[in-house]
Write a protein that binds this ligand. Structure first.
Ligand code: FAD
Length: 537
């Protein structure tokens, strides 16, 4: 075990914390950061890698909440609209404005009038400014802008502002910031039991380091259960699973090469069953999603099924008839679980995405539901409750003004340097952008490290990226890098097998792996490639 892990296991088992957060998705990470900023001694444990649950499987949008407008939830639209602007300010490389096109068809969900009015209200509530404000397009303009869209029954289009992110990277940046400020955080540590006082109040958890098998007790005055789809398992362990429960809804995305669906804008379109689906261009791919179906199987192995992919392709080919995309064109996929609060009589897509906090008689604070977009406000609510129940003078939430990035990068100089280094290599433009959008200022560091090696450019870059992720971003497995740090498993799957050997060797050097460990890591990555490329029946 690397020395930093040993040190962290020791800290977890010997310190007494004010707050222990279980779950290193965006919700738990956000709570840990908010709490550490308010001066609490905070620990965060995650049973897999950070963001390995739902927080790496979303549509990767920082939503303005258009669906809430349809349900007349104006307060939520205004709140998430403000959140988008705040998150863009805190992590500009990761939360980027993205134009979304809503084509309006004769028998679609939206009329020209309702779209125009709805998007106008949305802009007002979300305080959208200047050229980001909605623009209504004639059918002829929609055709000119997105020639692949079906023209049959096309009446108009609405162009409006959304923000795109990378959910896993957003989570990692939040964890990094929390750790920089003093949070003791460790991935691959599972909470498997609660420790209570004689009067039945929680005082800690029993936990296992899943890499070494070491068991430990972690003591804290308050414990937050931010386990996403696993929230009810922990409530069960706490004997408090009564009243409201989770309802899990599976959402699948498929990824096709950009040249198969070369879109200018992200497009939000109607499916034949009346649901709405996104097609979003990203670097050398376009991804499409999502489905929304009840899920009751194994939460630790959620993958796209052939039915999911066929459902998405049917809708896609209806709206983009000239693209004619088939299952063979799908080069990767992902599927995740929405931890919704069950509402009797409603279908998965009708159930509210609102978050709720439950406090059990033992004091376990569980938070469920919500969205990536609202993580900061959810954290504020939970930490304000924790601070109050600890009887502390109430320090205010300051996450609004704490950047999630370190340093500044001269983007123009970086792109010029990248071009010179890549020397015309295929896809180098996408590679430069992808590194920049994933790592922000650290892209410059990665490029500089790559330039120090004698390797060919593409190889040098992936090795430098893996080394950065291993030394700065808590990578302990090769898949942490390929899936959640670099996003290559989804958005550049060819590069996973192409550079697997070099990445494994770099990680072996840095993390002190034995040859057996390296072989196991290789097998795990190849299994993951299989899982995202071969559909389950
Ligand atoms: P998770 O990310 O699942 O984190 C919980 C973590 O707890 C997991 O990593 C798990 O391993 C860990 N854990 C569980 N049990 C234990 C234990 N005993 N010990 C230690 N750790 C444990 N939101 C948006 O804002 N925009 C979108 O575009 C969007 N699209 C979505 C699309 C889909 C298909 C889905 C499914 C969701 C989408 N969402 C979106 C919602 C958003 O992704 C979720 O609200 C958010 O990621 C939930 O984060 P979380 O931290 O609560 O859960």
């Amino acid at each position: 075990m690397a020395t930093t892990r040993i040190k962290l296991v020791r800290q977890l088992s010997t310190h007494k914390f004010d707050l222990l957060v279980i779950g290193g998705g965006v919700t738990g990470a956000g709570i840990a950061l908010d709490a550490v900023l308010r001066g609490l001694r905070v620990a965060l444990i995650e049973k897999g890698d950070y963001a390995s649950g739902t927080s790496s499987k979303s549509t990767k949008l920082i939503h303005g909440g258009l669906r809430y407008l349809k349900q007349f939830e104006f307060r939520i639209v205004a709140e998430v609209g403000r959140e988008r602007a705040i998150l863009h300010r805190l992590a500009p490389h990761l939360v980027r404005p993205e134009k979304m096109l809503l084509p309006i068809y004769e028998h679609g969900s939206f009329s020209r009038f309702s779209t125009s009015l709805g998007l106008w209200v949305y802009d007002q509530l979300a305080r959208v400014k200047g050229s980001d404000r909605r623009r209504m397009l004639s059918a002829a303009l929609v055709r000119a802008e997105e020639p692949l869209l079906s023209t049959e029954g096309l009446k108009a289009g609405g162009l409006y502002a959304e923000y795109r992110t990378d959910d896993a990277r957003l989570t990692i940046e939040i964890v990094k910031t929390a750790v920089r400020l003093g949070c003791v955080a460790l991935n691959y540590v599972e909470a498997d039991g609660f420790i209570t006082t004689a009067s039945g109040k929680l005082k800690g958890v029993m936990a296992t380091d899943l890499l070494s098998g070491i068991q430990m007790e972690v003591f804290a005055k308050k414990i937050v259960n931010a386990a996403g789809p696993w929230v009810d398992e922990l409530r069960q362990l706490d004997h408090s699973l009564n009243g409201k429960r989770l309802f899990l809804s599976k959402g699948t995305h498929i990824v096709v090469p950009r040249e198969k669906l070369p879109l200018k804008y992200s497009v939000y379109f109607d499916m034949p069953d009346g649901r709405m689906v996104f097609a979003i261009p990203r670097h050398r791919t376009t991804y499409i999603g999502t489905t929304d179906t009840p899920f009751t199987d194994d939460k630790n192995g959620v993958f796209a099924s052939r039915d999911d992919a066929e459902y998405l392709l049917k809708g896609l080919n209806g709206v983009f008839p000239h693209a004619q995309i088939s299952l063979q064109d799908v080069e990767s996929s992902w599927a995740g679980l929405r931890p919704l609060i069950y509402e009797p009589g409603k279908s998965a897509s009708e159930m509210s995405r609102k978050d709720e906090v439950f406090v059990s008689p033992s004091g376990l604070i569980s938070i469920a539901g919500g969205k990536l977009t609202g993580y900061r406000k959810m954290a504020e609510k939970v930490v304000s409750y924790v601070v109050k129940s600890l009887g502390l003078q109430s320090p205010q939430c300051t996450t609004m003004s704490v950047p999630l990035t370190k340093g500044k990068l001269d983007e123009a100089a970086y792109l010029a340097e990248f071009e010179a280094f890549a020397n015309g290599a295929e896809d180098s433009g996408f590679a430069a952008q992808s590194l920049l959008q994933n790592y922000g200022a650290a892209a410059g560091k990665i490029l500089a490290a790559a330039r120090q090696t004698a390797l060919p450019p593409a190889q040098a870059l992936v090795v430098a990226e893996a080394e950065y992720a291993a030394s700065e971003e808590f990578v302990v497995k090769a898949l942490d890098f390929f899936e959640r740090r670099s996003g290559r498993l989804y958005f550049d799957i060819r590069s996973v097998e192409a550079y697997l050997n070099q990445v494994l060797e770099a990680l072996q050097r840095l993390l002190g792996w034995s040859d057996e460990k390296k072989a196991a890591e290789r097998a795990e990555v190849l299994q993951a490639v299989h899982n995202v490329t071969q559909f389950k029946q």
